[in-house]
Design a protein. Structure first.
Ligand SMILES: [Zn+2]
Length: 489
């Protein structure tokens, strides 16, 4: 429905000629005060499970309590702070043994790396099947891959995707020959930092490995083949996978560390909570210490990402709390572990304090100290929820310009609203930060996720303050059960 509306209105909903919302310099000062504190070195980059988390949640919890919010966890055992248990996984042991006709072939231990996303994965005496570049494994006979170790050339293009397709097509494991630009050390270094999950998440049992090109060459030489020969066979038209007459026993284990962290949840009670709820979200976490000496500044303070968002969340709560009581409950959620893969939002959705179908609308706030006052708003998630017509109507009523293109949707998976959307919660971001994509991309190319995302005298809060004002408008609008009825899904 969003696109039909867009076509009718061309690309921008024009503000009416009358005066817009007045700039609110007091609000900008309040936002700045929150950001300056949350992004100070004292908060250590707000990493989940650290003293930085404790300081952040103590500060936000007190602000929200003083505003007059109530705990929104709806469990007396855990008021305000909903525990979220994470595991950090890093590769532990890796082992690979190869044999031809029962005779062991020596391969240096350091030239093979086996990895799993689960705790432990093992295949024993599985035959190797050379699959070349593995460009279309979906087209192959599943029986051919089943129980076998698919041996794939790395080349240069989308190795991870080809590997996953092989696993999906039934391979017991995938062994990638590093014949392209990547080295084993690079693969290992990359893996070290990417393994976070909710503790409740089922473990994957996949098994993937990497072997250095020279070792693979010596391995197949025992059967009179060479890497060069296999490579040209793979490039020839009509290539079909080829059994290598070598078997492998491969094993990978993962070390797990538990991290106990929290979502902060507050609420404003409505008069008619049976009519549903509105949810505002912003992630409080960031990367903590993210650089090594000799760099001088070692902390990723996350001033824009996302001290600005939780500052705005807090000021939206303050303003809504001073207004007449809405029909609906309004929830405020400061999520943990967004930076580790939207895990706090996922935990909220898996264990929500209210039935998710009660949530009429969710508005995420992420990295909004980007655009100056007067920048039009954009909807991240436009066309993906039933909310667009009401947001457009609210923008008209508030005399705010709204960009109606899909440009902002390029970023929809990179924010907590995406985790909520996966659970059918209508979640969008409505913000000036995405109203000028060029300016946003300059941030992504610059300070984003770097130790330079600190409070600067030049930090732009004009658009952020206007975002707060419009989010308050949206809170009133969607909190009104006559204006926006609850459609039970
Ligand atoms: Zn981020």
């Amino acid at each position: 429905m969003g696109s039909a509306v867009a076509a009718a209105l061309l690309f921008v909903v024009p503000a009416l000629a009358a005066p817009r919302q007045k700039p609110d310099s007091a609000l900008q000062r309040d936002l700045m005060a929150h950001i300056a504190l949350l992004a100070s070195d004292d908060f250590e980059g707000r990493e989940p499970g650290t003293e930085g988390e404790a300081k952040t949640l103590r500060y936000l919890g007190k602000q929200w309590f003083d505003i007059g919010l109530l705990s929104g966890t709806n469990t007396p055992a855990h008021p305000w702070f909903a525990p979220v248990n994470l595991v950090a996984r890093e590769p532990a042991d890796s082992a690979a043994a190869f044999a031809r006709k029962g005779r062991r072939i020596y391969v240096p231990r350091a030239s093979v790396l086996m990895l799993t996303s689960g705790k432990r994965a093992l295949v024993e005496n599985a035959p190797l099947l050379f699959v070349g570049n593995a460009l279309n494994p979906d087209a192959w006979d599943r029986n051919e891959l089943a129980g076998r170790v698919a041996v794939m050339l790395d080349g240069t293009h989308k190795g991870g995707e080809r590997q996953n397709a092989l696993l999906k097509a039934g391979a017991a494991a995938v062994l990638t020959v590093l014949d392209g630009g990547r080295t084993l050390d690079q693969v290992a270094a990359r893996r070290k930092r990417s393994g976070y999950a909710l503790a409740s998440e089922a473990l994957g049992g996949d098994l993937e490995g990497f072997i250095a090109a020279d070792s693979f060459d010596r391995l197949v030489a025992t059967g009179g083949l060479s890497l060069a020969g296999l490579r040209s066979a793979a490039a020839a038209p009509g290539f079909v996978p080829r059994v290598l007459d070598i078997s492998a026993t491969l094993e990978a284990t993962t070390r797990e560390t538990s991290i106990r962290t929290h979502n902060l949840i507050g609420k404003l009670e409505g008069k008619r909570p049976d009519t549903g709820a509105v949810l505002f979200v912003a992630h409080w976490d960031h990367f903590g210490r993210c650089a090594e000496p000799p760099a001088e500044h070692l902390i990723c303070n996350g001033a824009i990402d996302n001290a600005s968002g939780v500052a705005a969340l807090t000021e939206v709560a303050r303003r809504l709390s001073r207004m007449p009581q809405p029909d609906r409950d309004i929830y405020f959620l400061a999520t943990t572990a967004e930076e580790l893969g939207l895990l706090g939002a996922e935990a909220f959705a898996e264990n929500p304090p209210l039935p998710l179908k009660q949530i009429v609308a969710a508005f995420n706030i992420d990295s909004i100290a980007i655009a100056p006052a007067g920048t039009p708003l954009a909807i991240v998630g436009r066309g993906m929820t039933p909310l667009d017509p009401q947001i457009i109507a609210a923008a008209r009523a508030a005399r705010r310009q709204l960009v109606l293109t899909d440009d902002a949707n390029a970023y929809v998976k990179r924010q907590d609203g995406w985790a909520l959307l996966q659970h059918d919660v209508p979640a969008v971001m409505v913000t000036s930060a995405y109203g000028d994509i060029k300016r946003l991309e300059a941030f992504f190319d610059g300070d984003y996720h770097r130790p330079t995302d600190v409070v600067k005298p030049t930090i732009e809060l004009g658009g952020a303050a206007e975002d707060v004002q419009f989010l308050v408008t949206l809170g009133r609008w969607f909190g009104d059960s006559r204006k926006v009825p609850l459609v039970v899904k």
